[in-house]
Design a protein around this ligand. Structure first.
Ligand SMILES: Cc1ncc(COP(=O)(O)O)c(C=O)c1O
Length: 375
């Protein structure tokens, strides 16, 4: 039976392009990029070429890209790297790496409430903005629900009503899913992670404005990456990250709607066969095309997904980023989902086109799984 891995919001499989770039760098550019000899210079050149490529692909000419190891680390740079104290505002359904980073600061903080579809409640956000706000951190796309936050509006309001705030955007679930334009959006910093768009785990990026303030490093050492992120650079992971993003961008430029087309096709097939309640925005334009989050009515998510595995299909429940996927999801509470439904939430996430046959296979396997538990 063919395995069908549909948990790309947790980790994407590395693309062929990323693996090839990783192998080439591991074979030819293994030297320490800090070494003075030719081999070191070759590795350093590959890093700079990859940095330029990633910045171009994300339309980030106004930003300095610093390579890190994880999305968590990049979010920490964007949050604790700027405002160790002062008032911070953080979205209620941010990833724990942002929520906990805000909590670990010395200053006070407030959580930005979201509406039932997971989007920031703009009116209540506006009421929280003031001159003493030093930091605002909001995701582009939510990892559990797939909703897209109204960032343009949020940033505009922050510039008017909280002019001293550093605005950090967690773009980890957005990069590679639609074409991003960091310059146009104009946030103060962004986080991305390679393993969400076909790169290899252990490589991520942090972007900050070239004409702005650099973050305080999370840890210090040999002064790599402009002193912001010490530690010998992950040349292979960086080369793979650039190759992966280039491949994703190529797919998006060829057909910017392929993920939404697949999502709608799959959703239709599932609703025809199963009793579900879709979570997140009902309007397709307000959600990422790569995530479907839903309540599988009358089912418990964990046994359901294990039974679905017997059909060769792997999906997620809630968010795998909570340690071992077992902790209570703050997101589901924040959107006001009834407590008795929270254990029935499943997430299907993908990065490629789904054929009609695949959509039917998934929906049929889900219906069979539901029948297994009902019988
Ligand atoms: C939106 C979002 N932010 C941050 C992270 C953390 O990234 P990492 O696991 O690379 O630390 C994740 C991981 O799933 C995520 O989905």
């Amino acid at each position: 039976m063919d395995k069908l891995y549909l948990d790309h919001a947790a980790a994407t499989p590395p693309s062929a392009e990323a693996l090839a770039a990783f192998n080439a760098a591991a074979t030819d550019c293994y030297a320490n990029p800090g070494s003075l000899h030719q081999a070191g210079a070759d590795a350093a050149r590959l890093i700079e070429k990859s940095r330029r490529k990633i910045s171009n692909l994300l339309n980030a000419s106004n930003y300095q890209l610093v390579f890190t190891a994880t999305g968590t680390e990049s979010n920490h740079l964007g949050i604790r790297g700027y405002a160790q104290d002062g008032r911070a505002l953080v979205g209620a359904i941010e990833h724990p790496s942002s929520l906990n980073s805000v909590e670990a600061r010395a200053g006070d903080s407030a959580v930005l409430p979201v509406t039932a579809d997971g989007r920031i409640d703009v009116e209540r956000y506006q009421a929280l903005l003031s001159d003493d706000v030093k930091l605002i951190s909001v995701q582009w796309v939510n990892n559990e629900l797939g909703c897209i936050q109204p960032l343009r509006q949020l940033i505009q309001l922050a510039r008017q009503l909280a002019p001293r705030a550093h605005f950090h955007v967690d773009a980890i679930q957005a990069a590679g899913k639609f074409v991003l334009h960091f310059d146009q959006l104009g946030a103060d910093s962004y986080a991305v992670a390679a393993h969400k768009f076909g790169g290899i785990r252990g490589c991520a990026g942090f972007f900050y404005k070239k004409d702005g303030r650099a973050p305080e490093p999370t840890f210090v050492g040999g002064g790599h990456e402009l002193g912001i992120r010490s530690g010998t650079e992950n040349t292979m992971g960086i080369a793979a990250m650039a190759a992966a993003l280039e491949q994703r961008q190529g797919m998006l430029l060829e057909n910017s709607n392929f993920l939404h087309d697949s999502r709608q096709k799959l959703l239709k097939a599932i609703t025809e066969q199963c009793d579900i309640e879709l979570l997140g925005p009902q309007d397709e334009t307000l959600t990422s095309g790569s995530i479907i989050s839903f309540v599988m009515k009358g089912m418990r998510a964990e046994p359901f997904l294990h039974q679905l595995e017997t059909h060769g299909i792997y999906i997620g429940s809630g968010s795998a980023c909570n340690a071992h996927g077992h902790s209570e999801s703050a997101t589901l509470a924040a959107i006001g989902l009834k407590e008795e439904m929270r254990n029935s939430v499943l997430r299907i996430s993908f990065s490629d086109s789904l054929s009609d046959a695949l959509a039917l296979r998934i929906a049929t396997a889900m219906a069979l799984t539901a029948a297994f538990f009902k019988d």
